[in-house]
Design a protein around this ligand. Sequence first.
Ligand code: PLP
Length: 460
Amino acid sequence: MTPPRNSNAARDIANVLHPYTDAKAHLKNGPLVITRGKGVRIYDEQGKEYIEALAGLWCASLGFDNERLVKAATDQMRKLPFYHAFTAKSHEPMIDLAEMLIERAPAPMSKVFFGNSGSEANDSALKMIWYMNNALGRPKKKKVFSRIKAYHGITLAAASLTGLPANHKLFDAPIANGRFVHVRTPHHYHEAKPGESEEDFATRLAEELEARIIEEGGAEECAAFWAEPVMGAGGVIVPPRTYFEKVQAVLKKYDMLFVADEVICGFGRTGSYWGSQTFNIRPDILVCAKALSSSYLPISAVMVNEQVFQGIAEGSSTVGTWGHGFTYSGHPVSAAVAIETLKIYDETNIVAHAAEVGAHMQAELRRRFADHPIVGEVRGVGLIGAIELSADKAARKPFDPARKAGPRLVKHGEEQGVILRAMVNDSMGFSPPLIITKDEVNEMLDRVGRALDALAVELR
Ligand code: PLP
């Protein structure tokens, strides 16, 4: 249906190139225009209400109407709306936020570098590692390992770390310099051998990793391993028990850094403050964004330990500057909002809330959907989860992509008043605002259930 002339939809179609959208199909289908939000809900132009099952993009942790964050932003806007951090300039919001992050880190950290997005933060972390190894006289130690189905963002280096086909195809990614190595996805449901326990699967993954490290030149050439504690955009993949312990033992042997991409998992999502704590990870570098400011303003952070900082310090002293930074690194208004966000997390004990409501969501997801005829696997931890659709439950076979089961479920969800997102293998992610209550979880899953039933009828 062609939208009326001069409507928002028509003007969107005429003027906007949308991220993560089939640009050609969009000319025909048009947008869903959202006008306001309240709590865990958003409203479209027609006033229709939806529960945001993904908190936008796994990010609006405090929901869509937090007045304290609005006030923090406006107060800072009036005081100092912009200043930068280049050439040793500084301001209090950035200093306070860096200090707060280091106090809350899951492992000893030395310094914080700020960016505006998760992609920028991962790009920055990678550049830090290459820079550091050059500065320390290890010019060959540059290879970085990440996992197939990982999501680390879309700038060129971050897209190269990412392990999803849509982020590589037609983009000439990964960068073909031989430095990006992708290893097996730690997904027991699809990747384990028949009868293989989670622990045995984890052992095999660690052995495969070690074999690949040796093949790629060992300690001399291999620099770092990148991981989301729970893989998000790849389909919410929770690692098998003991995986990260075993991986870290291998990395230690080859003097490789662990970079924890906590862009989704940070700030309570998995039921601990950091995903690193849920899975016993001791990162050398930690990347966070999204819930850092409840996404009210763009901001990301890279925390580095003393070893990495010393490498950067060494290099910058030789060059005369660390030639890296964004105009908006540590932006005072974004930093002020992030500080207020972290204070709210502390005051409301958001982590305990997420753990409690998360346990309820996990139980309800399984109780309602594990035996559903078109659901293959239900998985997750804390307030992050997924259901994966399956054409054949016993064979763990996905639907033929041509049937568009996932996108159709998203459409049914919209009709039922819940915003969903389809990912790899028609996996449907759940990552609602951390403030969601048990009753709201139930309401959200009631709507999902109706959408699933409608899809099952359609696919029969
Ligand atoms: N890392 C992870 C784990 C993410 O989920 C994302 C975004 O979803 C990114 C990095 C990239 O963040 P951004 O979209 O802010 O660049």
